[in-house]
Design a protein around this ligand. Structure first.
Ligand SMILES: Nc1nc2c(ncn2[C@@H]2O[C@H](COP(=O)(O)OP(=O)(O)OP(=O)(O)O)[C@@H](O)[C@H]2O)c(=O)[nH]1
Ligand SMILES: [Mg+2]
Length: 278
């Protein structure tokens, strides 16, 4: 696996997150609904021990609704409070209700507002979700000690406060498959993994999951995964000088189409598969 994380950055991010956790009541973990297992960091569980926890499968507008339901069931069976959300398409009321439900769970009633920290790997929509939650009506409630300078608590409702800066985690690359999934949804930059390799992997997945979309978008019906990028290039008229097909641009276009939902609402992993809850 050619992906490397810088140990120094990881350690710093982890320290920073660990320093904030004692200040919060609830950790709202954001993951990508298209890859609900691969986009989580398994260390968060032990880091946030003793805090209440809500897993939000964000970008659910891009995910397969049936598989999202199956994932929510699987997490519930595991004892993990989880909810599906779209920070772009849904309102804050729904999310606030999920947070209230999760915050009230096991702990005894406490005095004062529920304090929430949003955490997750890059690009899952932490900032979009915070913006959605906070909206324009919110008032800053002032810094509290122990937090990096510049961070603020923001009042979401009378009994709910949110730290305005999310806790950043890094993805856990437990195998090539996880790297490809994260690159396909855009959580890992394609500079890290070669774009053509990611697209070739995704082509295999999409031919299995959505052959009809692939046929309609790229005339790729029945094509072997290895030949899909050629179909994309031909359909879009992508050539390099000399008349050869431009497979690199084809790869970039297919990835963008997938990431923008143009091939349909697609989830790349199902519960029970390697890496996910049974
Ligand atoms: N379709 C869709 N796109 C979303 C959703 N939430 C976020 N996005 C998009 O995903 C991209 C990343 O969102 P951010 O909110 O910046 O993600 P982040 O987790 O804060 O990323 P980092 O700050 O890099 O860690 C942006 O282009 C958002 O518009 C969602 O629910 N649905
Ligand atoms: Mg952000």
């Amino acid at each position: 696996m050619p992906v490397q994380w810088f140990p120094g950055h990881m350690a710093r991010a982890k320290r920073r997150l660990a320093g904030r956790l004692p200040l919060v009541d609830l950790v709202l973990e954001v993951a990508d609904a298209r890859v609900p297992a691969a986009s989580r960091n398994p260390d968060l569980g032990s880091l946030a021990k003793g805090r209440r926890h809500l897993l939000v499968l964000n970008k659910s507008d891009l995910a397969d609704p049936e598989l999202t339901r199956a994932w929510l069931e699987a997490f519930k069976a595991q004892g993990t409070a989880a909810a599906a959300f779209s920070a772009l398409k849904e309102g804050r009321k729904k999310l606030i209700k999920y947070i209230r439900d999760a915050a009230q769970r096991p702990a005894p009633r406490r005095v004062g507002p529920v304090r929430v920290l949003v955490a997750g790997i890059p690009n899952v929509g932490k900032s979009a979700l915070i913006n959605r939650l906070v909206g324009r009506r919110s008032a800053r409630v002032g810094a509290r000690p122990g937090i990096t300078r510049g961070e603020q608590w923001v009042r979401v409702t009378g009994d709910l406060e949110l730290l305005d800066t999310p806790g950043l985690l890094w993805p856990k690359l437990t195998g090539a498959e996880v790297g490809f999934k994260l690159a396909a949804v855009g959580a890992i930059r394609t500079e890290v993994l070669p774009v053509e390799e990611v697209a070739a992997w995704l082509a295999g997945k999409l031919q299995a999951l959505r052959p009809e979309s692939m046929a309609a978008a790229y005339d790729a019906g029945g094509a072997e995964p290895a030949a899909v990028l050629e179909c994309v290039a031909r359909r879009r008229g992508l050539y390099v000088s000399g008349g050869r097909l431009d497979l690199e641009r084809a790869a970039i276009i297919m990835l963008a189409d997938f990431q923008q939902g143009k091939l349909g609402r697609i989830t790349l992993e199902a519960p029970g598969e390697e890496g996910g809850p049974a």
